[in-house]
Design a protein around this ligand. Structure first.
Ligand SMILES: NC(=O)c1ccc[n+]([C@@H]2O[C@H](COP(=O)([O-])OP(=O)(O)OC[C@H]3O[C@@H](n4cnc5c(N)ncnc54)[C@H](O)[C@@H]3O)[C@@H](O)[C@H]2O)c1
Length: 248
């Protein structure tokens, strides 16, 4: 893929799949803007790739609007938005506190919405529109025990993606989601009540039909294909990249 002349805002770009997306996008000659709350990691990925970093919390709509305004002021355009910022709460429904519920909804759902809204408002003014890829999950379609709020948040991201795609189907703005399965990033090890051991990782891998976790780069490739002009007939699609997980 060649992203020469393209500008992308990539939330969650400091870690995991967001960082892998920044690496591939910049390697393909794109100008990336990392949006992340982790200043240290964002600075590292920015230094490595030539991306610029904007530090803040995507659950703050004022910050999201500022990101879009700054990106457009600096580069004159915004072609792609990739929403990879996200958090997980590993708890069943009754064990989920008000604070945990609101936090995950604020980050995963509101953060995705605020970034989409800001980007779309600008893309509507561009002759060549734009493209948005949200990070859903297999857990946005399937239920899973012990992650009630996460499942609810990703289900909301999926249907937000469909609804926004229909809002803008005639505006040259494509809005899709990539829905990863089990991916080897810091998130898969975070918030666990049991120790993260090689046995735990092997057990997770054994739940996947292909028998292994994904490398973040394997998901980033698909996200960037969907974001690219090559995917010109795709909008409102939820693309599972899950090694057969949802095929059963
Ligand atoms: N890892 C998996 O197995 C998996 C599977 C399916 C979907 N996902 C989704 O993919 C996306 C990327 O996940 P990952 O596994 O790469 O996670 P990760 O934890 O490695 O990276 C997430 C990034 O988002 C940032 N972030 C979190 N909250 C933020 C906020 N409020 N504002 C700004 N930045 C914030 C973090 O600082 C981090 O850099 C997430 O939306 C996640 O829910 C992950």
């Amino acid at each position: 893929m060649d992203f020469s002349g393209k500008v992308a805002v990539i939330t969650g770009g400091a870690s995991g799949m967001g960082a892998a997306t920044v690496r591939q996008f910049t390697a393909a000659n794109g100008q990336a803007i990392i949006v992340d709350r982790n200043a240290e990691l964002a600075a590292q990925v920015a230094a490595e790739t030539g991306a610029i970093a904007m530090i803040g919390d995507v659950s703050d709509s004022t910050f999201c609007d500022q990101v879009i305004e700054s990106a457009v002021a600096k580069f004159g355009q915004l072609n792609i938005l990739i929403n990879a910022a996200g958090i997980i709460v590993r708890s069943n429904g009754v064990g989920t506190s008000d604070e945990q519920w609101h936090r995950i909804m604020n980050v995963n759902v509101s953060g995705t919405f605020f970034m989409c809204r800001g980007a779309i408002q600008h893309m509507l003014k561009q002759d060549d529109g734009g493209s948005i890829v949200n990070f859903g999950s297999i857990w946005g379609d399937l239920g899973a025990a012990g992650v009630a709020a996460y499942c609810a948040s990703k289900g909301a991201v999926h249907n937000l993606t469909r609804a926004l795609a229909l809002d803008h189907a005639q505006d040259n703005i494509r809005i899709n989601a990539v829905c990863p399965g089990e991916v080897n990033t810091p998130m898969i090890q975070s918030e666990r009540s049991e120790a993260v051991t090689p046995e735990l990782m092997a057990r997770l891998a054994s739940t996947v039909p292909m028998g292994r976790l994904a490398d973040p780069a394997e998901i980033a490739k698909v996200a960037l294909f969907i974001a690219s002009d090559e995917a010109s007939y795709m909008t409102g699609s939820l693309v599972n990249v899950d090694a057969g997980f949802t095929a059963r």
